[in-house]
Ligand binder design. Sequence first.
Ligand code: ATP
Length: 292
Amino acid sequence: MPKGRATSERAAAEEAPAERTSAERAPTAGAGAGVGAASVQLDDVQVRFRSKKRDVTALSDISLDVSPGEFVAIVGPSGCGKSTLLKLVAGLLTASSGEVLLGGERVKGPRHDIGYVFQRAALLEWRSALRNILLQAEMRRMPAARARARADELIRMTGLTGFEDAYPHELSGGMQQRVALCRALLHEPPVLLMDEPFGALDALTREQLNTELNRIWRTTGTTVLLVTHSISEAVYLADRVVVMSPRPGTITEIIEVGLPAERDYGETLGRPEFRAAAARIRELLGAVSAQD
Ligand SMILES: Nc1ncnc2c1ncn2[C@@H]1O[C@H](COP(=O)(O)OP(=O)(O)OP(=O)(O)O)[C@@H](O)[C@H]1O
């Protein structure tokens, strides 16, 4: 295999890269029934980026406790530090002050056990959908039979059956994002981090994927942190929505959505709890952001 290709394959798998600790195998408190989900805690976190040209405080006074199995959405104006917050949890960035804990353990460096999904699916074009998903297993040396069974299950859940041998260029944007989601979930991560995963999709595909993500979250029981610019996506999917202020990002308010875990899309959008939460978030964000 060419060297560049091997490096790209490693980088792609790193999106959701080893073994969970016993602390992370705590029972799931949320809606799901499945894998061990981890808690996430940020305690008085501040992040400053310093260079010769500028000194930017991206996050300030961030304290947040996410229970195992909980779904938390993060909304806020562009540049308020949402992606920075996810990178802290993944250990890709270190806080300037304060602490970040995953499953009760301090995050000291990149956490290869988590799942990460980005706006762009970042699939390897020379691998089929199934082989893109199984890349995760190869990098982790998961037993082949277990990996294949899990991949098949995720493929079924995401409606990709029949497209296992299709290459990325043969898949729609929504299907590519489904493959990225399967890859991120293959090793049953204790935490799934999603950074605007559906931002580049059309409204209808986004709705479908929201419904699938709600079902997958309930089935796997993993903890999810989702960054989104869509208020309705945040409220439809989350147990709680964290609303952030413009830079330096602080937490303005945390909204309890108060909806049952199982959510029919159309029915949920008409519910008073949904409308109340969405209205409050819109009010908090004011004119500064958010698509809907
Ligand atoms: N590696 C970095 N070096 C310097 N500054 C950075 C770095 N990463 C982020 N920043 C700055 O930190 C602030 C927060 O960035 P971040 O990407 O977290 O915002 P965001 O809320 O995710 O934005 P968007 O919604 O536009 O994606 C921005 O001002 C950005 O310029």
